[in-house]
Design a protein around this ligand. Sequence first.
Ligand SMILES: [Ca+2]
Ligand SMILES: [Ca+2]
Ligand SMILES: [Ca+2]
Length: 294
Amino acid sequence: MRSKPWNRGAVVATIAMLFACNDAREDDGFTTIATQGSQSASQGEGTTATSGDEGSSSTGTTAASDSQAASTADPDSSSSSSTGDAPVCGNGSVELGEECDDGNASDLDACTATCTVSRCDDGLLDGTETDLDCGGPCQGCAQCRACAQPDDCAPGLVCGDAGLCTLRQTMMVDWVAHCGTAADGYTLPDLPAGTYVATPVQSAGTLWLPPFDPPDTGYFYEIQCANGVLLDQLRTPPGLRYSTVASAFANLQADSQMFDFAGGDLTCYRTDDTCADNDGVVVFDVELVCPPGR
Ligand SMILES: [Ca+2]
Ligand SMILES: [Ca+2]
Ligand SMILES: [Ca+2]
């Protein structure tokens, strides 16, 4: 009967030896699992991976501290750059990445509000340009673009009263040389289609004298044009005559008249069957009108 406890001890020893043999083939992690029992066996390799050896444990700690260092390093670096070398456009000092810095927020000088030098192709109305990338030192501005003087406009255009580049040509109808029919009139060739305004700038007239039978002796003023253009307001009132050309000019029914033109040659003239009594040259400007808002 005494052999029973002794035999039990031998069995325990044998089992212990078997565990010892298994331990010899496994790593420390398995030993940990064995001592912690079957509950930790489900955690098994995961536990081993994170806490199995000192190396991996220390690596994890290092990684955590690295990421902490990174997260704390970024704000530090950004704050140091914003308070350090970052260029500030408008502070009057040319810094890294700035072409210029004149210390103001205006584009209308040699340096733009974004610290670039004014150019004729930068898509900005800057420098001494009168309109977007034209006028001033740049190419001439096209029809209806802003201008300050004639040189700001493209060739053939003038800087109109509205401060816009426009086509303006002068019609000069000599009431003697251009007396008769439209064929004898004065022609402005190749006008583009559009709405124009005609403005008389110099008077002329016809002095009706006997043996003709005018309603009254004196001067009158009128303009007639072909090509579908009727300027019936640029004249003195029908039936009235004036003692001088100047007084006739001062009494025109309108100071200017708008008309639409389909494009092409515009011819104006004085219709008269005899021209010996005509006097002077009718002069008026024809100007292409810009649309509202331009
Ligand atoms: Ca600056
Ligand atoms: Ca500026
Ligand atoms: Ca420009």
